[in-house]
Design a protein around this ligand. Structure first.
Ligand code: SAH
Length: 348
């Protein structure tokens, strides 16, 4: 019999399982608290469980954990980057960041990615597999165990396309926000997508108050298609309509991410195009100086061009922030550390 991944079960599913194995419902409550509040990694640590019940649990369930392969701490800003290995040897990465408004963790949603964005290191080896809800949670729990720090925000902006792993993503969000678990506020969660239109409509119907971040990176279909293969499937007009729908349905302002690449998408006409594309939206633009990766020769925009770009948008009354660059000295860009560890492994 295959063991069940207990950390991916909701309190209701866990209660049901207890009834199936002739145990009292309150056992589900105890288990859920040990797993999701106290973040233990074995049944032996659950001190208030009778021995025979604990043994029964060990036979039926397994507890998902991730193993920390590497922790790198930025000397510049205290950002911590982690490489974790999963039960099948796949490697993922997560980042812990300290902001004025609290600590944030950036998690991966897939091992690898199949979206193929040109400037992104995560996609170079393709998609290995989807992460389970428990594996998304475990990135947060493992970091909590190691740092003993509080977590106030979670961003799904690490490796992978979260909306390409839709069902597991939703389960993960419901577990993370459950009042009996870590109980992160829905408004403190951001999901970043390259723009899978049908999934954005579906997400709008989940009655969640999470923030949607849409990776735009270009304001014309032609330019976007050069940078992001997914743009060949969904036109900008369709993406914008889906974002508008998400806003109307949830009342949540959309964040548009725009990575500035020198000489590619950072000119004044580019800023004009962006302004006219989004000026009717209630949105925030997050400008990200592209983080150069070894495999491509994209360069980050010059500081003065970034500021000019920002000014242009602001003149059009668009809210803009420039992403603080965190952990540049520790391979902060999406997928860089994972990529290096994976190729090190291959080389021997
Ligand atoms: N697949 C999702 C989430 C993961 S990437 C998405 O596409 O949104 C998180 C953000 O980082 C995206 O906006 C992505 O385009 C951007 N990104 C990836 N590699 C980058 C790099 N080298 N420099 C700057 N931004 C990058």
């Amino acid at each position: 019999m295959n063991k069940i991944d207990i950390k991916s079960l909701s309190p209701e599913e866990l209660t049901e399982k207890m009834l199936q194995i002739n145990e009292k419902p309150f056992r589900a409550k105890q288990l859920f608290e040990w797993l999701h509040v106290k973040n233990v990694t074995s049944f032996q640590e659950m001190r208030n469980l009778p021995k025979d019940f604990m043994e029964k649990c060990e036979e039926i369930f397994y507890i998902q954990t991730v193993t920390c392969l590497k922790e790198r701490v930025s000397k510049l800003d205290g950002t911590r980057k982690y490489a974790f290995s999963l039960f099948d040897g796949n490697i993922i990465e997560s980042v812990w960041m300290k902001y004025h408004h609290g600590n944030s963790i950036c998690i991966s949603s897939q091992a690898g990615c199949r979206m193929g964005c040109r400037f992104c290191a995560s996609t170079i080896g393709g998609l290995k597999r989807n992460l389970l809800p428990s594996e998304m949670l475990e990135q947060i729990y493992a970091i909590k165990r190691m740092t003993k720090e509080k977590v106030s925000n979670v961003v799904v902006m690490g490796t992978g396309e979260p909306l390409d792993n839709y069902d597991n993503l939703i389960k993960f969000i419901r577990l993370l926000t459950n009042e009996k678990g870590l109980h992160i506020g829905q408004r403190s969660i951001t999901v970043s997508t390259c723009g899978i239109v049908p999934a954005i409509y579906k997400l709008a119907g989940e009655h969640l108050q999470i923030t949607l971040a849409l990776s735009l990176h270009a304001a014309t279909d032609e330019k976007r298609q050069e940078l992001m293969p997914v743009a060949r499937q969904y036109k900008l007009s369709e993406v914008m309509e889906a974002c508008q729908y998400y806003f109307l349905k949830t009342g949540r302002r959309i964040t548009f991410e725009y990575s500035l690449v020198r000489g590619v998408n950072d000119s004044m006409p580019d800023a004009d195009n962006l302004a006219s594309l989004i000026k009717e939206c209630n949105c925030l633009v997050n400008l990200i100086p592209v983080n150069p990766i070894e495999e491509r020769n994209y360069k980050e925009s010059l500081r003065e061009d970034i500021l000019k770009f920002k000014n242009k948008l602001e003149k059009n009354r668009i809210n803009v922030t420039i992403r603080r660059e965190m952990g540049r000295d520790i391979e902060g860009a999406c997928g860089q550390l994972r990529r290096r560890l994976t190729s090190e492994e291959k080389e021997g």
